[in-house]
Design a protein around this ligand. Structure first.
Ligand code: NHR
Ligand code: GAR
Length: 227
């Protein structure tokens, strides 16, 4: 039955990844529904995008709560109330604490703008330019307590070109984030990707290397490519 797979999106800002998900579902390119959008920032454009799409949106601001734990508990209670199959962190900018990580283990993913394990944390495009790498990109990984350290599901690569600045490189990466997100969500919604104790399982086998997005919409196993 169409749209049974329920996705909750956590976003702090712009929400272009959220928009890509909303648009793909509306166009019949992803068999799922966005059950709710959640933010730590009431002014996040992601919440406006949710509203415009008729999706329930909810802001839980840390400053309205006495401490970090009570705030995060309230946020994840709201998320749990929409009964998601998957929580997608898409530009969510706060570290998620161990209780929420444990409660959603194997059911929470994050998109990160680097080829993990390279360049964790913030300002990844600046980090890539300063390191002088020839390739950069984005990764989707399961969220664990280790920041940007959870098992990587899939990646897309872009070249770093002469004359690139942070904004230009970020835009090139973002152009691959959206198809990577959609292709990966399709596999998750179809039940083809799971997290075992610590390995990513793909079609029942441990994934030896992240899936790779090599064309507009196709994920490949790099270990099975000629390359
Ligand atoms: N939480 C856990 N437990 N594990 C991860 O891998 C997470 C996570 C929460 C968010 C996204 C991440 C990224 O992809 C992410 C991954 C925020 C910071 C950060 O330092 C770093 C990485 C990421 C998200 N945040 C500051 C903090 O003190 C606040 C920064 C700010 O408010 O501007 O939480 O890059
Ligand atoms: C994306 O580039 C995402 O990879 C990055 O923030 C941007 C959000 O864009 N995530 C992080 O840096 C996580 N710390 P969006 O709000 O338009 O989807």
């Amino acid at each position: 039955m169409a749209g049974d797979y329920r996705i909750a999106v956590l976003a702090s800002g712009r929400g272009s990844n959220l928009q890509a998900i909303i648009d793909a579902i509306a166009a019949g390119r992803l068999d799922a529904r966005v059950a709710g959008v959640f933010s730590d920032r009431p002014a996040a454009p992601a919440l406006r995008r949710a509203r415009e799409a008729g999706i329930p949106g909810s802001a839980v601001s840390p400053k309205d709560w006495p401490d970090r734990d009570s705030w995060e508990t309230a946020l994840f209670e709201r998320i749990a109330a929409v009964a998601p199959d998957l929580v997608v962190c898409a530009g969510y900018m706060r570290l998620i604490g161990p209780a929420a990580v444990a409660a959603w283990a194997g059911r929470m993913i994050n998109i990160h703008p680097s080829l993990l394990p390279a360049f964790t944390g913030l300002h990844t495009h600046r980090q890539a330019l300063e390191a002088g790498v020839a390739e950069h990109g984005c990764s989707l990984h399961f969220v664990t307590t280790e920041l940007d350290g959870g098992p990587v599901i899939s990646q897309a690569r872009v070249p770093v070109l002469p004359g690139d600045d942070e904004a230009g490189l970020a835009a090139r990466v973002l152009g691959r984030e959206h198809p990577l997100m959609l292709a990966t969500l399709r596999l998750l919604a179809a039940g083809r990707i799971r997290l075992s104790s610590s390995a990513v399982m793909f079609d029942g086998e441990p994934l030896p290397a992240p899936l790779r997005l090599d064309s507009a919409d196709l994920l490949h196993r790099p270990d099975l490519q000629p390359d």
